[in-house]
Design a protein around this ligand. Structure first.
Ligand code: FAD
Length: 341
């Protein structure tokens, strides 16, 4: 819908640029960061401004270069031992300082545990508004330069577009797997600016003693292959069949809400509106009908293979490959065939 510039809108001309927070853990960037740079590039081009990346961590020089290769024009990097692990205060102090100096008109974060925490801390300090969990981002180029941050509302029954008219920067967190990263181009050129860490270790009250890796072998949002099961599996034991297929393919196990609600598998495996949004190279939907709430979480996968005994199952409408038949026959045969290769 057409947005008009409100009469009482302040002069924000000092604020220019789209900034993306590059989230990392142990020097490895979360893929949502590159996805946001891809989307941020489009917004920056529309506004005719720089795309700016903010990298915070330790031994993260390579991420500054990667950010440029993924589309950033400028990178601000704070690299210090006390910034190795995410902690709210030292990270938000650095981010606030950079935002106050650079004055981007838009700042975006992944809607991850870290992104949500950091964005919230920054928004309250600036202060500005924050739209959480967006799935569509756009801008009104001229004259309002408003960020049109849209997110599902009322159980996905409507899409709410939220505007931040009275404050700058405009901030949002966005879901992983929704946007596409630009192709990695190591020949791209950009500026890298070092910024200081603003807190000494002694001043930081929270300490990270140890990271305990999850005992379950999966990270849905980062997985390249997902073998997901639904109500068609009939019970928790059948998920072992999927695990074997996932192991043979080097993938992880996902699930529909029906399987999660039945208690057959944990919520961390759930794909869809109230679960994770995923974008793997290969998504196998096994015994999943393809309800719209499931599709929104996986329809951007590069390749979808659906196995269902109902030839009219809606999942086949989004599938690249369809196998119509009994999953209890097809899945073990597929696993054997892949293992035999
Ligand atoms: P069903 O729809 O029951 O489908 C089972 C399928 O298995 C059928 O197509 C059947 O033909 C097939 N099948 C059965 N036996 C076999 C066999 N032996 N071999 C092969 N195929 C077989 N759902 C999600 O997944 N994720 C969400 O995040 C989510 N969020 C929701 C949020 C809201 C607000 C609401 C209202 C719903 C949400 N749902 C979500 C639920 C969604 O609407 C569906 O109910 C759910 O996705 C159905 O799961 P399913 O496909 O596993 O089960």
């Amino acid at each position: 819908k057409k947005q008009n510039v409100p009469d009482d809108m302040p002069d924000w001309s000092a604020y220019r640029g789209v900034m993306i927070f590059v989230e990392q853990r142990a020097g490895h960037a979360k893929s949502v960061s590159w996805q946001l740079l891809g989307e941020g590039r489009k917004l920056a081009d529309k506004l005719e401004v720089d795309l700016i990346a903010l990298v915070i961590g330790h031994d993260v020089d390579n991420l500054a270069k990667d950010a440029i290769a993924y589309g950033a024009d400028r990178v601000y990097i704070a690299d210090a031992p006390e910034l190795k692990d995410y902690r709210t205060r030292p990270y938000s102090r650095v981010a606030l300082q950079v935002i106050r100096e650079v004055k981007p008109e838009i700042v975006l974060f992944g809607a991850t545990a870290t992104g949500r925490d950091l964005a919230g801390a920054i928004a309250t300090h600036l202060p500005t508004g924050l739209t959480a969990d967006c799935t569509i981002l756009d801008v009104e180029p001229h004259p309002s330069r408003l960020l049109l941050a849209s997110r599902p509302a009322f159980s996905e029954k409507m899409l709410a577009t939220i505007l931040c008219k009275q404050y700058r920067p405009q901030m949002a967190t966005a879901r992983a797997g929704v946007f596409e990263a630009a192709p990695y181009d190591p020949t791209r050129q950009g500026e890298i600016h070092s910024v200081p860490s603003l807190m000494a270790e002694e001043e930081i009250d929270a300490q990270v003693l140890q990271f305990i890796e999850a005992t379950e072998r999966f990270d849905l949002e980062e997985a390249e292959i997902i073998v997901a099961g639904g109500r068609g599996l009939g019970g928790p034991d059948s998920f072992q069949l999927l695990q074997e297929l996932a192991d043979a393919l080097g993938g992880v196990v996902g699930a529909s809400r029906a399987a999660v609600d039945a208690g057959w598998i944990g919520h961390a495996h759930q794909v869809g509106q109230t679960g994770y949004t995923v974008r793997p190279k290969l998504y196998l939907a096994v015994g999943i009908s393809g309800a719209v709430q499931h599709l929104v979480g996986m329809q951007n996968s590069d390749c979808i293979l659906a196995i269902n005994r109902d030839p009219d199952a809606p999942i086949f409408k989004v599938a690249n490959f369809a196998i119509v038949g009994d999953l209890f026959k097809i899945v073990p045969a597929l696993t054997e065939a892949i293992k035999a290769k």
